[in-house]
Ligand binder design. Structure first.
Ligand SMILES: Nc1nc2c(c(=O)[nH]1)N[C@H]1C(S)=C(S)[C@@H](COP(=O)(O)OP(=O)(O)OC[C@H]3O[C@@H](n4cnc5c(=O)[nH]c(N)nc54)[C@H](O)[C@@H]3O)O[C@H]1N2
Ligand SMILES: Nc1nc2c(c(=O)[nH]1)N[C@H]1C(S)=C(S)[C@@H](COP(=O)(O)OP(=O)(O)OC[C@H]3O[C@@H](n4cnc5c(=O)[nH]c(N)nc54)[C@H](O)[C@@H]3O)O[C@H]1N2
Ligand SMILES: [Mo]
Length: 780
């Protein structure tokens, strides 16, 4: 086996701090940004970091921030402005040639803008006229369902609550959200199985866990503050196993930036004991193997199963039907290795399963989550200390936005309580999610697109089709802090409404306001910006929602929109009445420094499910789903007489059919591209295709060579991506990886998990074509 150059330094530590300080410099945000960093995740007078949703560590007295957070803060606190002068210089046609990186660096949006088609430019517009345009266009729709209201998970609780209320009073549940592309399979399945679609663990559980199974997650890049917890757990003797097609280098060693002595002494902590290099899309198969062995050998918690669960017999019957051959074929891991893992699970008195996008973003995303929950239930690992389900959310308030009612399929209880509190009828029909919304847009059924943050067209599959569709609407409105590509495809009326960011002070006629967020572990915490807003023309998201509501719904709306936007206590009083778990919200958020934990029924072994018990679920798809897809593609490929080798999933012959997955670097936050480096994966470009060097040798290819990636989409059209530069990576055979979002036009909207509709971003069957030998260097 050829040796792969590995990143030998501990994750986080000095390189991370140097990299992030450089980011502050690059953004010319050093002063504003540095002041902000000191206030990040500080309970009393700071703001919740606008980066990821990992909870604050309670023990921190000094700064609690990471490389990731610093970069996100630098992006928001930059001094440069994308203002009228900027748009006077750049037409939309010109801006469409800019990369995500260039758009991100163009500056903060600092005044309301409308698109002028004659000049092909964004020009300034007054807030008043902008609202009048919105009201006029929305009122002209034949039905409220012709409008789509997207939310990205940066928005704090108070404006999120107001936004969903406005949208429902307007008359639709068309509230797609970035969760639809993210942890929706988690929310759907945990909801079904445990009665609540959220993590059952709290931070303290990580201190008591004896085994942590980390499925499809890359915290070194995406949740760096989680590393501290993992390193700590590991030090206490907890075994940590990463189940991932990639050996993510950032997970092997960790240097703690919160401990200056640690940094100075060059110390580092080990974290992951082992990496199970699973086939892409193989998690349900692996978990099936583990569950098979545990049930067959009587290693399960019968008392818990008897007392607390339903559906065990169906699961057991299904497990018996699954052959070890299929298990091995489905995950690419040998039976012997799976049994070793099963024994670890059997011997652990406290197991946490933690997971990310490697689990959810597949056609079998819901099956993967179901099998993780099944495993926890088989072992009785819910409702005890040091154990449980730990889905790790992405955006800092993506979980809170859902709790606040941003949901295209609201629970009846939410609609009923909104009607009770606000004495208004609420729409009863389910609305559109990201995928069905995009399809409706493309079909021409959506006439107005309003987004509360985010970069819808670029984050979703089928980017070009969505962008084209956006040019045929009557109205597009973007409430945002930064310019991005979705804003470059204007509808007939097209508005950018710039808002105050999380780091900025919010002062209203009622004085300074703080907002709240809910982290990945159900902790509701206050957040208070400290900086002067980049421009005094900006409005808060709450104010923008209130103004839109006032203009659209008119004077007869009995809801005090303006009072809410001026005084967040008023919003919180309504939230307390309308949203379960938020009783006495204003009092409780002030009572403790770091807010409060929302009641989580499953932690107390109370099961709010249909059966009243925790529910075992049998997967919908065959555990060989991905392997079968590859076989089918291979045989189509063979029929085209290009290749006549057969596919063996573990020991591939010279096939050129691959599973492509998409990943993130530490120089991006989703579609916001801060830079081109990925220290851990040792590249300084983003147009790369990661492949195992053994696989390159097998094909006679070399690192630095150029390849084209292609696939037949659901309409049998050929989609291509590339040329990409081959880059060495310790990644499973049959698997290749590239960066999101550049690959999103390769994907279509038909490939998604069945119920949650989360796109299969992590498993795309592709063909690779070798273009030319080259020696393009990608190493840092
Ligand atoms: N720096 C930075 N931080 C971020 C973000 C960012 O873009 N940049 N985004 C934020 C958001 S919104 C989110 S949702 C989170 C995402 O955080 P993560 O969940 O960590 O997301 P990804 O990097 O997309 O993918 C995670 C891992 O899944 C693995 N994987 C791919 N396919 C499979 C598979 O079939 N099985 C298994 N077991 N693993 C697989 C990949 O190799 C990768 O290591 O991060 C948040 N934090
Ligand atoms: N191929 C592939 N595609 C994916 C994924 C993947 O792993 N692979 N991951 C998916 C996931 S997990 C997610 S969450 C989505 C992300 O999808 P989105 O959440 O839609 O995308 P972001 O890039 O986070 O949005 C960035 C934009 O948000 C705006 N913004 C930033 N801060 C604020 C603020 O405070 N207020 C307001 N109003 N606007 C603000 C800025 O204009 C910025 O350009 O992408 C999904 N797409
Ligand atoms: Mo996400």
């Amino acid at each position: 086996m050829r040796k792969i150059p590995v990143y030998i330094h501990p994750a986080a530590g000095w390189p991370a701090l140097i990299a992030s300080t450089r980011t502050l410099m690059d953004y010319k945000a050093f002063l504003r940004g540095s002041i902000s960093v000191l206030h990040s995740n500080q309970p009393k007078d700071g703001f919740d970091c606008p980066g990821c949703a990992w909870p604050d560590h309670k023990s921190h007295k000094t700064i609690d921030v990471c490389e990731n957070g610093i970069k996100v803060i630098a992006s928001e606190t930059m001094n440069r402005r994308a203002d009228a002068a900027f748009f006077a210089k750049n037409t939309l046609t010109a801006l469409r040639g800019w990369s995500g990186y260039e758009l991100e660096h163009s500056g903060r949006l600092s005044e309301p803008l409308y698109y002028d088609a004659d000049q092909d430019r964004y020009l300034p517009i007054s807030w008043q006229v902008a609202y009048e345009v919105i009201a006029e266009q929305l009122k002209q729709l034949d039905s409220p369902d012709e409008a789509l209201f997207y939310t990205s998970g940066r928005v704090t609780n108070e404006p999120a609550f107001m936004f969903q209320l406005f949208v429902r009073c307007f008359g639709t549940n068309n509230l797609p959200d970035c969760s639809n592309m993210c942890h929706e399979p988690t929310s759907v399945m945990l909801g079904k199985q445990l009665g609540i679609g959220k993590a059952t663990v709290i931070l303290e559980d990580f201190e008591q866990a004896k085994l942590i199974l980390l499925f499809g997650q890359n915290p070194a890049t995406n949740h760096p503050r989680m590393l501290e917890m993992l390193a700590h757990a590991h030090k206490q003797g907890c075994r940590i196993i990463s189940i991932n097609p990639m050996r993510e280098q950032g997970l092997s060693k960790f240097r703690n930036p919160q401990k200056p002595s640690h940094m100075a002494a060059g110390q580092s902590d080990e974290m992951v004991d082992e990496v199970i290099q699973i086939q892409i899309g193989g998690d349900a198969a692996l978990l099936t193997g583990i569950a098979k062995w545990l049930t067959k050998n009587g290693k399960i918690n019968n008392d818990f199963i008897e007392q607390h669960t339903s559906g065990y017999d169906e699961l057991d019957a299904w497990l018996r039907q699954q052959s070890w051959t299929d298990v091995e074929l489905g995950c690419g891991i040998s039976k012997a290795e799976i049994i070793t893992l099963a024994k670890l699970v059997a011997d652990s008195p406290a197991t946490i399963c933690t997971w990310g996008m490697g689990i959810t973003q597949h056609v079998q995303g819901e099956d993967n989550v179901a099998m993780i929950t099944n495993l926890l239930l088989l072992m009785g690992m819910i409702g005890i200390d040091g154990a449980g389900a730990s889905p790790v959310r992405g955006h800092s308030n993506v979980q809170g936005d859902r709790t606040m009612g941003i949901h295209e399929r609201p629970k009846q209880s939410l609609l009923d309580s909104l009607e009770r509190v606000f004495k208004q009828p609420m729409p009863q029909e389910d609305g559109l999610d990201v995928v069905t919304g995009a399809k409706a847009l493309i079909k021409g059924d959506i006439k107005a697109f309003i987004s509360m943050g985010g970069n819808y067209a670029v984050a979703a599959p089928d980017k070009s089709a969505i962008q084209t569709a956006l040019t045929s609407t009557q109205l597009n409105v973007f409430v945002a802090t930064k310019l991005n590509e979705t804003m470059l495809y204007p509808g007939k009326n097209n508005l950018i409404l710039p808002c105050i960011g999380r780091t900025e002070r919010l002062i209203t006629v009622k004085g300074e306001q703080f907002a709240t967020i809910e982290d990945s572990m159900c902790q509701v915490v206050p957040t208070r910006g400290r900086l002067e807003p980049i421009s005094n023309t900006l409005k808060s998201e709450a104010q923008i929602v209130a103004d839109m509501a006032t203009h659209v719904l008119g004077a007869d709306s009995s809801i005090p929109w303006q009072a809410m936007s001026a005084d967040f206590d008023v919003v919180r009083d309504y939230i307390a009445q309308a949203i379960e778990g938020f009783e006495n919200f204003n009092q409780r958020i002030r009572a403790a420094e770091r807010g409060f934990h929302l009641y989580h029924s499953a932690r107390h072994r109370v099961w709010n499910t249909e059966s009243g018990k925790a529910q075992f679920e049998v997967p919908k798809y065959p555990i060989t789903y991905v392997a079968t897809q590859m076989r089918q593609t291979t045989s189509n490929y063979q029929n085209n007489s290009v290749n006549n080798h057969t596919l063996d999933i573990r020991q591939p012959a010279e096939q050129k059919v691959w599973q492509l997955t998409s990943v993130r670097s530490h120089d991006q936050f989703n579609t916001m591209i801060f830079g081109f480096k990925d220290r851990y994966r040792q590249t300084d470009r983003r147009d790369v295709l990661f492949m195992h060097p053994d696989e390159m040798s097998r094909l006679g290819w070399q690192k630095g060579d150029q390849v084209m990636v292609s696939r037949q989409d659901s309409q049998n059209a050929r989609r291509t991506l590339g040329p990409l530069i081959l880059t060495e990576m310790d990644i499973a055979a049959n698997a290749v990886a590239t960066y999101y979002p550049e690959c999103n036009d390769l994907l279509d909207l038909d490939s998604h998990a069945p119920d949650s509709k989360t796109p299969a971003y992590k498993s795309v069957t592709v063909l690779l074509e070798h273009l030319e030998q080259g020696s393009i260097a990608t190493a840092v």
